[in-house]
Design a binder for this molecule. Structure first.
Ligand code: GTP
Length: 318
């Protein structure tokens, strides 16, 4: 059993990292945003997907200014399976001034109620709206947007499976930036004629400060190597200790909770036989050392798959 230590035993602030490394805006994203802004004019409803673990951090609301509230907007908080359900009402309340239509989804669950509700809600909102520049169009068009890796393609696939009973169309990947190709329309239903832009629009995450950048990195919306796996793992350790979530002690077979990331990584490496072999220059003999990079990658992978418990990284902002 993990020893429960007082929060003040641990770091109260996380040491700053190089801010530059947290501003990630590769070329394809910039082009994507421009293309998307043009496309937004020809859609009737926008489904914005974000990671439920960071409902208040990292969303990029820029697209909204382009449309200034003209088109119906649904905010989908995906990966709800990774957060404690008790926070859902508070999250809704906190976001209600920004968006009336908030839906929580788990795209890994074929019976997810949120996914089932999404399409009927979009239809209802479009029917209620004046459709602005598209009032004469016979078809309805929905666009899915969001920052990288929040599950946009997974949601498109879930909706396709549910409505069209068709297999997956969009590639799903564990790394950010999977979806790069051109936007194309796919038919979702014949009557009424409903289309969806099947390649989701990628938004740049909003990174106003280091802490938000680290949360985005923890949720894999910024590529790991741009921040550094060890830094992200250290932030995770800091966060877990600060919120007195000590499940990691058992998961990583540690003797006690600790604020020392090197101690944690060394133990993970030993437990998982992730060792590097070196030749000792003095006597030529081989020595083995823990592979800390591999351990940091494993630690992040375990966190991201929910192995350290259900965690709401924005819980302090509610
Ligand atoms: N636990 C959990 N994982 C999910 C869920 N939805 C998607 N994922 C995982 O999240 C990762 C990213 O999913 P994608 O659907 O590729 O995300 P995306 O937003 O299209 O990614 P980009 O194309 O990079 O923008 C994959 O490893 C998915 O399996 C969910 O509801 N719960």
């Amino acid at each position: 059993m993990a020893q429960k230590l007082a929060a003040n035993t641990f770091r109260s602030v996380f040491k700053a990292v190089d801010k530059e490394s947290l501003h990630w805006f590769p070329g394809h994203m910039g082009k994507g945003l421009r293309k998307m802004q043009n496309k937004l004019k020809s859609v009737d409803c926008i489904i914005e997907v974000h990671d439920a673990r960071i409902p208040l951090s990292g969303r990029n609301a820029e697209f909204k200014y382009t449309l200034s509230g003209i088109k119906p907007h649904i905010l989908v908080l995906n990966k709800v399976d990774l957060i404690p359900r008790k926070y859902i009402p508070q999250i809704k309340e906190k976001l209600t001034t920004e968006c009336d239509n908030i839906i929580f989804t788990n795209c890994k669950d074929h019976h997810c109620k949120g996914v089932k509700k999404l399409f009927p809600l979009a239809q209802e909102l479009i029917n209620k709206s004046d459709r602005y520049n598209r009032s004469n169009a016979d078809d309805y068009c929905i666009m899915i947007i969001g920052v990288p890796n929040v599950g946009k393609s997974s949601l498109v696939n879930s909706l396709r499976n549910k409505i069209l009973h068709k297999p997956n169309a969009s590639p799903v990947g564990a790394n950010p930036g999977m979806t790069k190709s051109v936007l194309t329309k796919i038919k979702m239903s014949e009557n009424p004629l409903f289309y969806m832009l099947d390649t989701p629009g990628i938004l740049t995450p909003s990174v106003p400060n280091t802490e938000v950048g680290l949360k985005l990195a923890l949720c894999a919306t910024i590529q790991d190597h741009l921040v550094g796996e060890e830094i992200i793992a250290d932030y995770l350790l800091y966060w877990l200790n600060k919120h007195e979530m000590f499940k990691y002690v058992n998961v990583f077979k540690l003797k006690a909770a600790t604020d020392d990331i090197l101690e944690v990584l060394a133990q993970i490496a030993i437990n998982n036989n992730k060792m590097l072999k070196f030749r000792d220059i003095t006597d030529g003999a081989y020595v083995r050392r823990p592979d800390l990079d591999a351990a940091a990658k494993l630690m992040l992978q375990i966190f991201r798959s929910g192995g350290l418990g259900k965690i709401l990284l924005d819980q302090n902002l509610l």
